[in-house]
Design a protein around this ligand. Structure first.
Ligand code: CO8
Length: 259
């Protein structure tokens, strides 16, 4: 692949958007390669995915403005559709996806981060939705996910209307990211978090992701029923027996088999 690197490190999959000459901007080729790499991940072995950008300047500086500048309405519909399909795939991906935001996350870059389960960033990270200044709306889910992630429609609208950039510390304060690290520590910290996630029972983690994601769109009684079903399902797994047996035996080491 020309613009996406993929590396599996035991139970962790590391995706790097690798187009540093254009600050990792998302062209249609980048999006289709990202889609392809996601489809190739084997969730029998991989338990958590980390997405980052190549270089020290940008996570992703947005959708490719040069490519978009000459699009017709129907081409924009197709481009928006393909980007949204990939981002929705990340959001609904069976295993957790952590965004390690290592610099600019603008427009489609912020939207990519928003489609991940968890965001952490480097001190030089800059987030924003500059679309209105380019004469467009966000098109990869920003009008929907920003408010849902930060839990404030008002702050989301302020950022979307003003196109103001948000630095790392503010991103932490408004709940856009969970943690901020010096640039050199970001990827090790992201991998450490991914390993910690991967050390827990994988089927339980997948059920938790499903319960949180799908439950948020349901009335509370239906959401609780969804949780009960997914909780009960864990009792059909070997890993539930292993996890509880380890507790009863006061054993720290657990061997979750993803079964
Ligand atoms: N698209 C294409 N190329 C880009 C992009 C981009 N989003 N961002 C940076 N580049 C390129 C630059 O053109 C430049 O290329 P070259 O060296 O050939 O001139 C190279 O990357 C380096 O960039 P700069 O020289 O601009 O670097 P600076 O350090 O001066 O500035 C910035 C860094 C501030 C990040 C600046 O590059 C910038 O403002 N980039 C654009 C940010 C932006 O507006 N992003 C949002 C785009 S819109 C969007 O993402 C919509 C998503 C939904 C689309 C749905 C469609 C239906």
């Amino acid at each position: 692949m020309a613009f996406i690197q993929y590396e599996s490190r035991e139970t962790i999959g590391l995706i790097t958007i690798n187009r540093p000459e254009a600050l990792n901007a998302l062209s249609s080729t980048v999006l289709s390669e990202l889609n392809e790499v996601l489809d190739s991940i084997d969730i029998k072995t991989i338990r958590c995915v980390v997405i980052t950008g190549a270089g020290e300047k940008a996570f992703v500086a947005g959708a490719d403005v040069a490519e978009m500048s000459v699009m017709t309405e129907s081409e924009a519909t197709a481009f928006g559709g393909s980007g949204n399909a990939v981002f929705r795939k990340i959001e609904a991906f069976p295993i957790p996806v952590v965004a390690a935001v290592n610099g600019y996350a603008l427009g489609g870059g912020n939207e990519l981060a928003l489609s991940c389960d968890i965001r952490i960033c480097s001190e030089n990270a800059v987030f924003g939705q500059p679309e209105a200044g380019l004469g467009i709306t966000p098109g990869f889910g920003g009008t929907q996910r920003l408010a849902r992630v930060i839990g404030s429609v008002s702050v989301a609208k302020e950022l979307l209307y003003t196109c103001r950039n948000v630095k790392a510390e503010e991103a932490l304060r408004i709940g856009l990211v969970s943690a901020v690290y010096p640039q050199a520590d970001l990827l090790p910290q992201a991998l450490k978090m991914a390993e910690r996630i991967a050390g827990n029972a994988p089927i339980a983690i997948r059920n938790i992701k499903k319960a949180v994601n799908e439950g948020l769109d349901l009335p509370i009684d239906e959401a609780i029923a969804l949780e009960i079903g997914l909780f009960a399902h864990c009792f059909t797994t070997e890993d539930q027996k292993e996890g509880m047996q380890a507790f009863l035996e006061k054993r720290k080491e657990k061997s979750f088999k993803n079964l």
